[in-house]
Write a protein that binds this ligand. Structure first.
Ligand code: SF4
Length: 376
């Protein structure tokens, strides 16, 4: 297989979208400190369209950059510590269990592993060759991010043991937490040795050749246990607030002053370590937004057949499977797990589930989505 160009955007190489430059900022574990968030928000306001777009991998994007503004953006974010490596920035795709170590829901605290994986990834020049879509997942056993079917995952199966999960399947290889990052990186290096153009581990015909004794594989969750919404008690007596950002377009202003912000892979944010829970305008906890996502669509994407965000917002429905709206067949940002796909085509929207297709105008589509979700 021959590899084409790796088109994943970053901060150094921005994507030329219809509404201007688009820069993607990697946030390992989805975590960003309050001061860094303030820098990012100011840069988005002064250089972009003022919003932060949340991605399905818990990264953020700045849109609407004018020609040349990416250099100023990169300089500001590098000074703030948000661009620790120019060679590795696009491979720092690390999703981690949200609230790990804080709410007591996991078997161990993966936060130190996120920091170590990020540092060791960036310290190995060879790993800069990983594709920009290659994903690491670090799951503390709660079963949230491991269901994203990342390329290389570490899944806690005990307080002292992590399973190496490759493309969503348990390899049987095990490591103690302090050795787990080495195991994950050895899997990433093995991918680079055997790939002949594949972007993802799942595309390798022969899998990954990794030595070592195998344990009996465990079942890996295929549907993520998404972060609860609203106030979440922490083990230390404080509270985290979890809210969704409708269709992933975040106005950062109401989050100013937060000590830390965790972006979730479900277009939400969590503000941890609160003594009191203030109101955060723009964050919602209503269930009709849960699982409803869309690509950018018009006017941001020239390939889009319609303004999918506006259409999705008019047709939300509660309960059932996640629903992802797309402006064309590429279906950017769609969930990895089973979902209802609403795809714009020249003949109108198609609602797709498990190979079944329905076509219709917006009203018919809304009805089809609601029916499909309720029946699941
Ligand atoms: S799915 Fe199509 S319309 Fe939507 S952002 Fe991707 S390329 Fe653009």
């Amino acid at each position: 297989m021959r590899a084409g160009a790796d088109g994943c955007p970053g901060l150094v190489r921005v994507h030329a979208a219809a509404d201007g430059g688009l820069a993607r900022v990697r946030l390992p574990g989805g975590v960003i400190s309050g001061p860094r968030f303030a820098v990012l928000a100011a840069a988005a306001a002064e250089l972009g369209d003022g919003f932060l777009e949340l991605t399905s991998r818990a990264n953020v994007q700045v849109r609407g950059l004018s020609d040349g503004a990416e250099r100023e953006l990169g300089a500001r974010l590098r000074a703030a510590g948000l661009l620790p490596s120019t060679t590795h920035e696009r491979v720092r795709n690390i999703a981690a269990s949200v609230l790990s170590g804080r709410d007591g829901a996991g078997l161990l605290d993966v936060r130190p592993l996120v920091a170590r994986l990020d540092a060791e990834l960036c310290a190995d020049p060879g790993l800069a060759e990983l594709p920009g879509r290659f994903l690491f997942t670090l799951d503390d056993g709660r079963g949230d991010v491991i269901a994203m079917r990342g390329d290389v995952g570490l899944y806690a199966v005990g307080a002292d043991e992590m399973a190496l999960v490759l493309a969503g399947a348990d390899s049987g290889l095990r490591a103690r937490p302090e050795e787990a990052v080495d195991l994950a990186l050895s899997a990433a290096r093995a991918f680079l040795r055997v790939r002949t153009g594949e972007w993802r581990v799942a595309e390798l015909a022969g899998g990954l050749p990794l030595p070592g004794a195998r344990a009996e594989p465990v079942a890996v969750p295929v549907a993520p246990r998404r972060t609860a919404l609203g106030a979440i008690p922490q083990r230390d007596g404080r509270t985290a607030f979890s809210g969704l950002v409708p269709l992933g377009r975040l106005d950062p202003a109401p989050l100013h002053g937060a000590g830390e912000i965790i972006v979730t892979p479900w277009r939400g944010v969590v503000i941890p370590d609160l003594s009191d829970v203030p109101h955060f305008p723009g964050l919602v906890t209503a269930p009709e937004w849960d699982g409803l996502t869309s690509c950018a669509g018009r006017p941001g994407c020239a390939k889009s057949l319609t303004d999918v965000r506006a259409d999705a917002a008019r047709t939300r429905a509660a309960g059932g499977l996640p629903v992802h709206w797309s402006g064309c067949e590429r279906q950017c940002g769609r969930p990895a797990d089973r979902h209802v796909a609403v795809v714009a085509t020249p003949g109108g929207y198609e609602v797709r589930l498990d190979g079944t297709v329905r076509t219709g105008d917006l009203t018919a589509t809304a009805a089809a989505v609601a029916t499909t979700r309720r029946s699941e």
